[in-house]
Design a protein around this ligand. Structure first.
Ligand code: PMT
Length: 221
């Protein structure tokens, strides 16, 4: 049996990976499947929350009971998350958002030409949605949870990211063969702005999701 400790709460979860178009057939993307975010959405529904899931390029079935909206690019994800966050108690950014997008979009397919150098790929920064949501809480007491996917100096980078982004909780997961991107399982340390550190052992993404909701529920006023 699950306690309905999120009953009456509106939670927003982003999931999946943004794709930044380069031309009509190409994009810059990442390896997020959306599984961790969907596990968060499913477990939040089970705990009684009203759930808005902002899904980026996932191809997963809609979780029963969640309102699902889609976004392709980081800009589109930002628009949907900001809109849904307006009356949210909790925002969880599990999506892998591109930090950069191509500076230009080529209306026609970019062609290779014999004897010519490959074209340079100029990038510009995307908005930092997590930092923005954290800095401009749509309502008092709104809780903001971020993720950090790291390959090295995992905890040190996670702590620095928590401070930089200004969120309340940061779920730090290490990129690996059997965890984080694309897998059924994950492992993490959840860092709190209050200095707390909660290790979550290797297991199904649902189990990590439930531990995150435990930490969120304990902080909701
Ligand atoms: O989808 P799965 O295959 O299940 O994999 C899950 C996951 C590995 C994608 C997930 O657990 C995870 O770690 N998500 C965040 C991935 C990521 O992009 O991390 P980051 O360290 O680059 O970003 C830090 C945080 O800032 C994230 O909450 C991200 O959503 C947010 N962000 C990043 C860039 C940006 N421009 N805007 C953002 O809001």
């Amino acid at each position: 049996t699950t306690v309905a400790d999120l009953a009456g709460r509106h939670v927003v979860v982003s999931a999946g990976g943004t794709r930044e178009p380069l031309d009509p057939v190409r994009f810059l993307g990442n390896r997020s499947s959306g599984k961790q975010g969907y596990a968060l959405a499913r477990t939040a529904v089970a705990r009684g929350a009203r759930v808005t899931l902002v899904a980026a390029n996932t191809g997963l079935p809609d979780p029963a009971g969640a309102d699902v909206v889609t976004a392709g690019t980081a800009e589109q994800l930002r628009e949907q998350v900001v809109k849904a966050a307006a009356d949210a108690d909790v925002v969880v950014m599990a999506a892998a958002v591109a930090d950069f997008r191509p500076a230009a979009y080529a209306a026609g397919k970019i062609k290779k030409k014999d004897g010519e150098e490959p074209p340079p790929l100029a990038l510009v920064r995307n908005p930092d949605i997590l930092a923005e949501i954290s800095a401009h809480r749509a309502r008092p007491g709104q809780l903001v949870v971020g993720f950090a996917a790291e390959t090295d100096d995992v905890l040190a980078n996670g702590r620095a990211k928590l401070a930089r982004k200004g969120c309340d909780l940061l779920v730090v997961n290490e990129v690996g063969e059997r965890k984080a991107f694309g897998t059924e399982e994950n492992e993490a340390v959840v860092l709190g702005a209050d200095g707390s550190e909660t290790p979550v052992p290797y297991g199904p993404k649902e189990a990590l999701a439930d531990r995150i909701w435990d930490l969120v529920a304990a902080r909701l006023v």
